[in-house]
Design a protein around this ligand. Structure first.
Ligand SMILES: C[S@@+](CC[C@H](N)C(=O)[O-])C[C@H]1O[C@@H](n2cnc3c(N)ncnc32)[C@H](O)[C@@H]1O
Length: 512
């Protein structure tokens, strides 16, 4: 550990530095330190942390400190900035305390050398207390980091984040009441004198009740069944297992000219972008972007026009955060970059949704969108129709909406029973209200007010390639292929590219 000095007499600066060589790949260490919750939660002083709903690199952190035997909390803001080989962090704490720290991961003999350098500036009387805490806590932090990085299966994205309430499956008070009432028959049937047949009947009702409750919960969870399981699918056939992967796609792909998953996913995204009429200098909204690969296309793919602004909504916090991280890295490599706004939350705006600033909030004063894209996700929305209505309201005149989506063929749609729809919806995490035939789909788009609705059936370029790929992976992927996509294909389900425009008739164009 080293220390350096500077600053003024009243507000001196002290710089301390600490390093540790950890036997892990430099990419593992770098990716981890570039993940603020990883760094924050390893600090033994940290009591809680909250990510800014608007800026994923701004965190409010609360430390539990002790001074002369008295414990107290101190909250401060920390802003993280990713750099090539690590992360910089700037902290403004109470009492005029200012800290600039830099974390770096570099190749070293025996693994990766992680170095932290902190420059602290503060009132001279406070400095001994601050430096003492800093030295002790950050020494522990480095040790904890070494342990965490070497633990098999440690994933930088599994660290808990206290974030806006996004897609959380909390148990509501109604469910709690139902649960309590559901349990009442059991003690009643054993204490009261009841005929045995009646007791069995009560038991049956109770079990039935809990099975229904569990199924309901399962179906609700199944609507957004994603996480980071898809990362392995992105591994190219020639991947040596060591190099960092550069894609994190999560769609079914367009397999016309390839049998490689990330290439097929990119091809599907490019087809959607083309259908969405993205224009140079436009305002693009990309919904359900998962880990952000489709967003990155707008920043750097040679065939995609550069927008003036790029907005993303995705429901899972870990995807939102990962996208922000990857975009931030990409932005630094591009000369010009659009204004980026990433929102963690549901695609559908509701007046009570948090955080504020939903891109489809009709009262938003941000520029209207010229293209709204939903890549392989709108079948999850509650509902797709509401999403389209809100999109219509937030689209610029002449703007386009485009969806890579699922529908049923006319034949299967007209004969399918409600029970089969429900089963299919649960198997594929679709909402039953979103299971439509192609004609019903087009009618819905037109009813919302869109014009020039075009539907291209690309089933043959999506399902066979995707199924073949999943089968080749074996294990769980094979089961998913058989009972997920397979069930959809056996029901004559289709994969379509839909696009439509907001064309406002002359007479009303002034009012919209
Ligand atoms: C099949 S993945 C497609 C991901 C991405 N478009 C891609 O091509 O890699 C569906 C994505 O939609 C997101 N999603 C599901 N329901 C959503 C909702 N109601 N609002 C916003 N995003 C949602 C999921 O979390 C997931 O990231």
């Amino acid at each position: 550990m080293s220390a350096a000095t500077g600053g003024s007499f009243l507000f001196p600066v002290r710089t301390i530095s600490r390093s540790k060589t950890i036997p892990v790949l430099v990419t593992t260490a770098r990716d981890s330190i570039q993940n603020p919750p990883f760094l924050i939660t390893l600090n033994p002083l940290v009591e809680s942390c909250t990510q800014s709903p608007i800026d994923p690199f701004l965190w409010t952190i609360t430390d539990k400190l002790k001074w002369m035997g008295i414990s107290f909390n101190s909250s401060y803001n920390a802003r993280f900035r990713l750099v090539e080989d690590g992360v910089d962090c700037e902290v403004n704490a109470p009492a005029g305390l200012h800290l600039r720290s830099s974390w770096r991961a570099r190749n070293a003999m025996g693994g990766c050398e992680v170095t932290e350098t902190v420059a602290v500036q503060g009132f001279f009387l406070l400095m001994p207390f601050v430096l003492h805490n800093l030295r002790a806590s950050h020494a522990q932090l480095l040790e904890a980091m070494a342990t965490a990085l070497q633990k098999p299966g440690t994933d930088r994205r599994k660290f808990s984040v206290q974030s806006p309430p996004v897609s959380q499956e909390n148990i509501s008070w109604r469910e709690t009441l139902v649960f309590i009432f559901g349990l009442i028959p059991i003690p009643l049937s054993s204490t009261l004198y009841l005929p045995p047949a009646f007791k069995h009947y009560i038991l049956f009702i109770t079990v039935f009740f809990f099975v229904v409750l569990a199924l309901k919960k399962l179906a609700r969870r199944a609507r957004d069944p994603y996480g980071d399981f898809h990362l392995v699918l992105n591994r190219r056939p020639d991947h040596d297992g060591l190099a960092a992967q550069d894609t994190e796609w999560l769609n079914m792909g367009y397999w016309k000219n390839t049998n490689i998953f990330p290439e097929a996913c990119e091809a599907l995204a490019l087809r959607l972008i083309a259908a969405g009429n993205c224009v140079p200098g436009g305002h693009v909204l990309d919904v359900g972007h998962a880990c952000g690969d489709s967003l990155l296309l707008h920043l750097r793919h040679p065939s995609v026009p550069r927008p003036a602004s790029l907005t993303g909504i995705t429901s899972l916090m870990q995807h939102h955060y990962r996208s922000a991280q990857r975009i931030s890295m990409a932005q630094r490599k591009e000369d010009a970059s659009p204004a980026i706004y990433l929102y963690p939350g549901d695609a559908v705006f509701r007046p009570d949704c948090r955080p504020r600033g939903h891109p489809l909030d009709p009262s938003s004063n941000r520029p209207k969108f010229t293209s709204i894209l939903a890549l392989d996700c709108a079948y999850h929305f509650d509902t797709r129709k509401t999403f389209l209505e809100e999109s219509y309201a937030r689209l610029e005149k002449g703007g386009s909406v485009a969806l890579a989506d699922l529908c049923l063929s006319m034949q299967s749609g007209s004969v399918m029973s409600a029970a089969r729809r429900w089963l299919l919806a649960t198997a594929l995490s679709i909402r039953t209200a979103n299971i439509l035939t192609k004609d019903e789909y087009v009618k819905m788009v037109k009813d919302v007010g869109f014009a020039e609705c075009q539907v291209e059936d690309i089933t043959q370029d999506v399902f066979p390639g995707f199924r073949q790929f999943l089968r080749s992976r074996g294990g769980m992927w094979k089961i998913m292929e058989q009972y997920g996509i397979g069930a959809w294909v056996r029901s004559d389900g289709r994969f379509i590219l839909v696009s439509a425009k907001k064309i406002v008739p002359e007479a009303c164009s002034n009012t919209l």
